[in-house]
Design a binder for this molecule. Structure first.
Ligand code: BG6
Length: 485
């Protein structure tokens, strides 16, 4: 069991807190993962919000939790852990002292400050925490993406936080790392000889990493238009998945060793600059289209103004080390796509010598397909003799491990997992500052090249698989996106 902790959420009434953080902590409470004295201290921007907080958060929980998870008696018990307080983050006044009194009254040894706020206030918030004497030896700060807009702004944000917290106390969240299936990637690779021995350029033809979403702007136009899919999804989630697929085995499963191995992958990414960007990347922006039998507006209609921001990206990337020499990693993400899923496809090379004649059936490559969401599964596509035919005929068959069959009550809540890790001081699933820097160093030149007029986004219909150019990117390598099958 964890040591008792106080969990302060700055921006406690914001969208993330209501949709993810409080429901995650409620789940942790229900499953008995919270120590008896653990307290949750959401900060609100005024006293009226404090007065209304418990009602508001309850209504939000009823909406965002699964129907069978919200149990009134459990919620009432959980709500006793909630201590909403008024804190004006930008003004160092008596409310900060009241927060200090509240924290110092508990005797809880561990403290987490979750900055669920725009990065523009990270620095002032840390400064006020410091001036109020709240940054104790067991205090940690959790920061949400976006961590910067480019390498320079990320560096500024990281430096500002580093003025008040040591690197070991800074927990940069990427919620994809909290997904159990994402962590399972490491178990799959490093605890199974059959995969570990077949995990390099000798055996693997290419890798596809896709995060496809059906949602559009979801009321986040202001943020999203300034970011775009490359910054919002590739710089963090997709590159983290790529690290887990491509990294060397850490000699121990510690935060330090895992993060060091991930960093080496990021630093080995072949830079995409200038003219190579056009050849290796595709940008897209959705236009109106039909989804689930209904027309949905295009990005510009939703936004209400002209914009070149991309809502889709596809990239051909290479990792320049001996394990992955010349193995393409195709990365893809988009909004308003035909289906919601996140998936990694490892496509194996063909057999060295085909003994079966063409007439025995089309050769299908072996594929290992790791589905991260919506369902969690691992599939292996193999070739088998068609048992129903007398003459030799080959056909693809699927070995399918669906985790829902093995883990009946399994429900992955990435935020719950990561908040508990932060409370325990385990940084394995959080991002090191050097990773943020390395990821931006690879992303920045792509963004720079995209400013050229010839790199404007291609249109794609909402409800489709993205722009034609994305299929062409694969076709030019005689490959195709697997899920389009
Ligand atoms: C967030 C992005 O980090 O991840 C969103 O800002 C995106 O734009 C979301 O929708 C996707 O997360 P998930 O867990 O729903 O795949």
């Amino acid at each position: 069991m964890l040591d008792a902790f106080d969990f302060v959420i700055f921006g406690g009434a914001g969208d993330l807190a209501l949709r993810k953080l409080i429901p995650g902590l409620y789940r942790a409470h229900r499953e008995g993962s919270l120590p008896a004295n653990a307290r949750i201290i959401p900060t609100c921007r005024n006293t009226q919000m404090v007065a209304e907080y418990k009602d508001k958060v309850r209504a939000a929980a009823e909406k965002h939790l699964n129907a069978d998870e919200f149990v009134a008696a459990d919620w009432d018990e959980f709500a006793q852990r909630l201590f909403p307080v008024f804190v004006d983050i930008g003004t160092k006044d008596e409310h900060w002292d009241a927060l200090a009194t509240l924290l110092n009254s508990s005797g809880n040894s561990q403290r987490v400050f979750y900055l669920s706020t725009p990065p523009s206030v990270f620095s002032i918030c840390c400064k006020h925490l410091h001036e109020t004497g709240l940054i104790t030896a067991n205090a940690r700060v959790v920061v949400e993406k976006p961590l910067g807009y480019d390498a320079k702004t990320a560096e500024e944000i990281n430096s500002q936080i580093a003025e008040y917290f040591n690197e070991e106390a800074i927990f940069r969240i990427d919620h994809y790392l909290g997904k159990e299936t994402v962590q399972n990637l490491l178990a799959l690779r490093f605890a199974n000889g059959m995969f570990e021995h077949l995990w390099d350029a000798k055996s693997i033809d290419h890798v596809q990493i896709s995060i496809s979403e059906t949602v559009g702007l979801e009321g986040r136009a202001g943020f999203y238009d300034g970011a775009g899919a490359l910054r919002d999804m590739v710089q963090n989630h997709i590159l983290q998945l790529l690290c887990l697929v491509a990294m060397e085995s850490p000699n121990k499963m510690t935060a330090e060793r895992i993060r060091a191995e991930k960093l080496k992958v990021l630093e080995s990414l072949r830079p995409l600059t200038g003219n190579t960007v056009k050849y290796n990347t595709v940008r897209g922006q959705y236009v109106a289209g039909e989804m689930d039998g209904k027309m949905v507006p295009g990005y510009l209609d939703e936004l209400g103004q002209p914009s070149n921001t991309e809502t889709f990206v596809a990239i051909r990337a290479y990792i320049d080390n001996s394990r992955w020499a010349n193995v393409p990693f195709y990365l893809r993400t988009g909004k308003r796509m035909k289906q919601r899923f996140a998936e990694i496809v490892i496509q194996y090379k063909d057999v060295a010598h085909r003994v079966y004649p063409e007439s025995a059936g089309a050769a299908t490559p072996n594929r290992l397909i790791i589905r991260l969401q919506p369902e969690e599964s691992i599939k292996i596509i193999m070739v088998s003799k068609d048992l129903e035919k007398h003459e030799t005929h080959l056909r693809p068959v699927v070995l399918n491990l669906n985790f829902a069959d093995t883990y009946k009550d399994f429900y992955s809540d990435a935020y719950k997992r990561l908040m508990l890790d932060a409370a325990a001081g385990d940084a394995s699933l959080f991002i090191h500052r050097a990773e943020v820097d390395a990821a931006w160093s690879w992303i920045d030149p792509i963004i720079e090249a995209w400013q050229r007029p010839e790199n404007k986004p291609h249109g794609y219909m909402a409800g489709s698989w993205g722009p034609q150019a994305s299929s062409q990117l694969m076709a030019s390598d005689r490959r195709r996106w697997f899920s389009i099958d």
